[in-house]
Design a protein around this ligand. Sequence first.
Ligand code: 2P0
Length: 343
Amino acid sequence: DESQKWVLMVTAQTPTNIAVIKYWGKRDENLILAINDSISVTLDPAHLCTTTTVAVSPAFNQDRMWLNGKEISLSGGRYQNCLWEIRACANDVEDEKKGIRITKKDWENLHVHVTSYNNFPTAAGLASSAAVYSLAKLMNVQEDNGRQGSGSACRSLYGGFVKWVMGKEENGSDSIAVPLVDEKHWDELVIIIAVVCSRQKETSSTSGMRETVETSALIEHRAKEVVPKRIIQMEEAIQKRDFATFTHLTCADSNQFHAVCLDTSPPIFYMNDTSHRIIGCVEKWNRSEGTPQVAYTFDAGPNAVLIARNRTSAALLLQRLLFHFPPNSETDLNSYVIGDKSL
Ligand code: 2P0
């Protein structure tokens, strides 16, 4: 049947962002509304990103999705919900060259295939957001706040430093990503990700933050008292390129995020012994230098994101990492340089 032969495809790349003031906790799970503002830095997609291709064809008889070449089950999961939500917002799509016309109504009966690749092992978390973004493009969805797949993904809409404002409205209309400074503003910074292997399965961010909001007594203090002040100080530090204040705030915020995880019942452990040793190493070095050389931050896993003041401190940091965590030794650390291949 000739009418069954067409395929329409869209490919999109989503860069990764790393929070320096963390998002942890939702006030609305459906709309993905946060309990505090957060600030992140977007990494160069040449080094760290997710590339997603979505395809639609009348020849597909079910929705399917592959992550890094491996098919994942869609039954009953978050991806399936996501897909239906986007379908509901789909509009007419026309490709004159191919002679294809898909109406709003047609989308209900059409199936999609989604393939997603990360160019780096730790970028996994963004696969769902990249997929949502490509699907929204394919289906001509008008409004996209960048937040349907994952909360923090909306910060990847811009380069440089970006703030995700929690907003006040119940419908989430003022919960948006705002660019603070572009990627050229503070381009001496070098970001190194030290990949620490973890053997145990980590708690997913969505369920982890839900449990924290439900059980931690510290989270309210963090969201209401601590973060609002830090956001103001962090914005100022970024504007002024004040690395000492930036480091102090970044490290303190990472540590408080992990403290509220520990304050959750049952407690959530994202960092491991290697992560703790990296913190020890960096703290000791920063103290001995008198002025900080490197900031560290850890997300929902044991990997260290290290932000060096400049190329010189990045090179010294690598030396130190190689000394303390030699390759092929018992510690399972692999370090990767992001942003500067010549180091
Ligand atoms: C962040 N994280 O600000 C924080 C710090 C992890 C630790 O946002 O439930 O995938 O989809 O909104 O955005 C990771 O969680 O969570 C995250 P959902 P998301 O980057």
